[in-house]
Write a protein that binds this ligand. Structure first.
Ligand code: SAH
Length: 392
């Protein structure tokens, strides 16, 4: 295995089991080396302290083992088994719930890998060249995972791998074939289209937050902004909302939302869906028309250099929400940008509240669900932030 030697003092974060080595921490790299190759990481004194996958970029190594442990053949089976045990402990695998995140990268000690399960299909996303090269081993480990009943493995990494890596990932079935399914989430049905949908086909990370919204929906008029597959809308309808309007700028998302509403609540006249830009739609809304608002936009800041504009975006969006919501209304507002911290998001939302002149109180502070765990050695893994606000 090729060796990578760190600069003096740069082993400290590795000792705390942080799973990344930044390129600036590296003194020497044994050449020739290919992207994705397994490497050993040495201290400046030459002692082995970790092993992982090498890649070109700011994060140069994603670590899979610490100390002098080898990366063994059964690594994926062991880690998948432990990830599966945890999901069972979370009671996510039930007759009325068959979709969940099985692997959440660093949070499941498999940096660079995401696996979402929909019924008997696993949708695999590689975020690192190392995991891309290992995709067949991972697929085999998924299929043989005891009691998980996984039959098909679809690989979908065309948008998640580093652009410069020239890996040319093809979206394809690695094992089996099954084009889309109706998955169950908390007893509700959702069409999942991993072939054409965003990410792995569905945003599993809002499951618990959708359930909370359901509990507040009774008798309310709900605006689900950035609805995508209509998850929040379907829960609101089950929660006896008086009216639900779903809005997304993508007409494909509107079709998905309508299909998902129809399988759960056929011909329900309480629901309508509109393809429109969020800001334009909010401008057209009458003040006080809605008393339950969901604002779940795409990441406004995908990188650190987009942070300033991203925060302005969150402030402006939330300001529109505060201006339009009825007195006594409840607003669910989210940010899924990893580079936006909880504090930054709160500041953007609180600034918007102050600018609107509305009296606002925090009811809940939300985050990602337990099947998207955060390794305490890697606090960066916490990405989803949400606030539920009572607006007078
Ligand atoms: N709330 C959804 C996930 C939202 S993903 C869920 O629970 O599954 C973000 C969505 O925002 C995408 O579907 C995208 O099409 C939509 N979007 C992006 N920019 C938009 C804009 N300016 N106006 C309205 N929708 C937009």
């Amino acid at each position: 295995m090729k060796k990578i030697k760190l600069k003096p003092g740069k082993e400290e974060s590795v000792k705390r089991h942080h799973p990344w080595i930044f390129s600036g921490a590296i003194a020497t790299i044994e050449e020739p080396i290919e992207e994705g190759e397994p490497v050993e990481v040495l201290t400046s004194k030459g002692d082995k302290i970790a092993s992982g996958h090498y890649q070109i970029g700011s994060i140069a190594v994603r670590l899979l083992e610490f100390g002098d442990k080898e990366i063994t053949e059964d690594l994926y089976s062991r880690r998948l088994q432990s990830a599966f045990e945890m999901r069972k402990a979370l009671n996510l695998i039930r007759p009325d719930n068959n979709c969940y995140r099985l692997v959440h990268g660093e949070g499941d000690f498999l940096p660079g890998l995401v696996v979402d399960i929909y019924g008997d299909t696993a949708v695999v996303q590689a975020h690192s060249p190392g995991m891309h090269l290992e995709r067949m081993k991972i697929a085999d480990a998924l299929i043989t995972l005891p009691h998980a009943n996984i039959r098909n493995v679809y690989y979908k990494s065309d948008t998640t791998l580093p652009y410069k890596a020239h890996l040319d990932p093809t979206n394809e079935y690695l094992i089996g074939k099954y084009d889309g399914c109706i998955a169950l989430e908390n007893g509700l049905q959702f069409n999942i289209d991993w072939l054409k949908g965003q990410k792995t086909g569905f945003f599993i990370d809002q499951r618990e937050n959708r359930r909370l919204l359901e509990s507040y929906s009774g008798g309310r008029e709900v605006l689900n902004m950035f609805c995508y597959t209509g998850g929040f809308s379907v829960y609101a309808l089950r929660g006896n909302a008086k009216r639900v309007v779903s809005v997304d700028s993508s007409s494909k998302a509107i079709e998905l939302t309508e299909a998902n509403v129809n399988i759960n609540f056929p011909e329900d006249s309480r629901h309508s869906a509109i393809a429109e830009d969020a800001f334009k739609y909010l401008d057209s809304v009458e003040k006080g028309e809605f008393d339950l608002l969901v604002l779940d936009p795409p990441a406004f800041a995908k990188h650190r250099n987009a942070l300033k504009n991203g925060l302005i975006g969150y402030r402006k969006l939330n300001l529109k929400g505060f201006e339009k919501i009825r007195k006594g209304g409840i607003m669910f507002t989210f940010s899924c940008s990893q580079v936006v911290t909880k504090e930054m998001f709160r500041l953007a939302v609180f600034t918007a509240a102050a600018q609107s002149g509305r009296k606002v109180r925090i009811l809940h502070q939300l985050t990602q669900p337990a099947d998207h765990p955060v390794d305490i050695s890697h606090p960066e893994g916490e990405y989803l932030k949400g606030l539920v606000l009572y607006v007078e």
